[in-house]
Design a protein around this ligand. Structure first.
Ligand SMILES: *Cc1c(COP(=O)(O)O)cnc(C)c1O
Length: 402
């Protein structure tokens, strides 16, 4: 029998919904694309998006910005991180996270990952103590949430403030609390590959008046902050407005118009993502030599990507799996590759940060495979993809089956 081939495209997202296209056309017809360019009595798409996202997450305040990276940089700055300060973050994450730390001239201190792909809380405690850092930029990388209750206990006890990078967890939750609502600030991305798509864009939420007022001023609100959709009361800005620089990074009404209908659809989209995720997970489970990442009951997942581990495979064997799957149309990303490729890079390739050694993370990333699950795939597609992965792992790691 000839080998089955998958012909879908792993970077093809769904089209923007018709309602969003219509809303975008309305904004263009109005000519009022700048968020503060509103007609008398008009709320503006950006302000409305802020109100709706605050309601969706249960946060008091929300600010829409130009990117997820911008949201994280603004959050760090709003928390008072100074040049040279150390900021704790995950050793397993993507480039915009240490990049946000570097954007305020602070220094990333990387924390190990566990084989559940979450931050290692023992190493976090150790590094809080050894670094003296008082800020954690916690990345929920690839949607995996750690025990958020324990993490907050550790950080609260040590006086460490938490900023959550929710680029991969918009719509996720831990013990029923939405991702982004445990820490002081939650940051989200609306870039094309995330859960709602405006090409570029970001959202920042918080219950803290002063932090949010500072972030609003930083984003470039001038003295128009009263027009924001979910900002703190105007008297909060009384001192903040004189001492906060304008580091322009606003969202515009066109992007907000595209996002609002997508936010309304998000719960339905999450159910579709999770159906794809569970189909791949079931299809590859019990493959000799392959470990699925078991998701805790406390976690509400958004399965927009899936990761598996080949814990004992040699680099050559992992490469054989990646190549074998690739030849059959299944695009896997390997976090163990020596050189950064496309979107995938590793802590040791961010050489602007002081060199650090994370032996546990190295061991886990050496066997980590990662795959996107765009909603243009069907559950049948997901089953075929799983079959191909299973097949290729079994032929590349025959000894694991013995
Ligand atoms: C995409 C992403 C971000 C934010 O990215 P932007 O492209 O700046 O919106 C942050 N963290 C992670 C882990 C990401 O993948």
């Amino acid at each position: 029998m000839s080998k089955q081939i998958f012909t879908g495209n792993f970077t093809q997202q769904e089209p923007i919904p018709e309602a969003a296209i219509a809303a975008a056309v309305d904004v263009m017809r109005s000519g009022r694309l700048h968020r503060y360019n509103t007609a008398p009595g008009e709320a503006g798409e950006t302000a409305q998006l802020e109100r709706e996202f605050a309601d969706y997450t249960g946060a008091k305040y929300c600010l829409a910005v130009a990117s997820g990276g911008y949201a994280m940089g603004a959050a760090l700055r709003a928390l008072g991180v100074q040049p040279g300060d150390k900021v704790l973050t995950n050793g397993f994450t993507l480039a915009p996270v240490p990049g946000a730390i570097a954007s305020v001239n602070a220094e990333p201190v990387f924390v190990e990952v566990t084989d559940s792909l979450v931050i290692d809380l023992d190493d976090l405690s150790a590094k809080i103590a050894s670094s003296g850092s008082t800020v954690l930029l916690l990345s929920h990388m690839r949607g995996h949430l750690c025990d958020m209750d324990r993490l907050m206990e550790i950080c609260d006890a040590a006086g460490v403030k938490v900023i959550e990078d929710c680029a991969h967890t918009m719509g996720g939750a831990w013990n029923g609390v939405p991702s982004g609502r445990h820490g002081l600030v939650g940051c989200y991305s609306t870039q094309t590959y995330k859960h709602i798509n405006s090409g570029e864009g970001g959202l920042l939420i918080s219950d803290d008046e002063e932090v949010m007022a500072t972030a609003v001023m930083l984003s470039g609100s001038y003295m128009l902050f009263g027009k924001n959709g979910a900002a703190p009361p105007v008297d909060t800005f009384e001192n903040v407005k004189y001492v906060t620089p304008n580091v322009s990074g606003r969202m515009d009404n066109l992007r907000a118009a595209i996002l609002r209908p997508q936010l309304a659809d998000l719960p339905a989209q999450i159910a579709r993502w999770n159906a794809l995720y569970r189909a791949v997970e079931e299809g590859v489970r019990n493959t000799p030599g392959l470990q699925v990442i078991e998701r805790p009951d406390a976690e509400d997942i958004v399965g927009s990507s899936i990761q598996v581990l080949l814990p004992n495979a040699s680099p050559d064997a992992v490469q054989a799996v990646v190549a074998g799957c690739g030849a059959r149309g299944v695009e896997l990303k390997w976090f163990g590759a020596a050189e950064p490729v496309a979107f995938t890079s590793r802590y040791d390739s961010w050489r602007y940060a002081p060199a650090q050694s994370l032996p546990k993370t190295d061991r886990i990333l050496a066997g980590l495979l990662d795959m996107r699950l765009p909603l243009t795939f069907s559950v049948e597609d997901a089953k075929l993809i799983a079959e191909i992965i299973r097949d290729e792992v079994m032929s590349a790691l025959p000894q694991a089956a013995e």
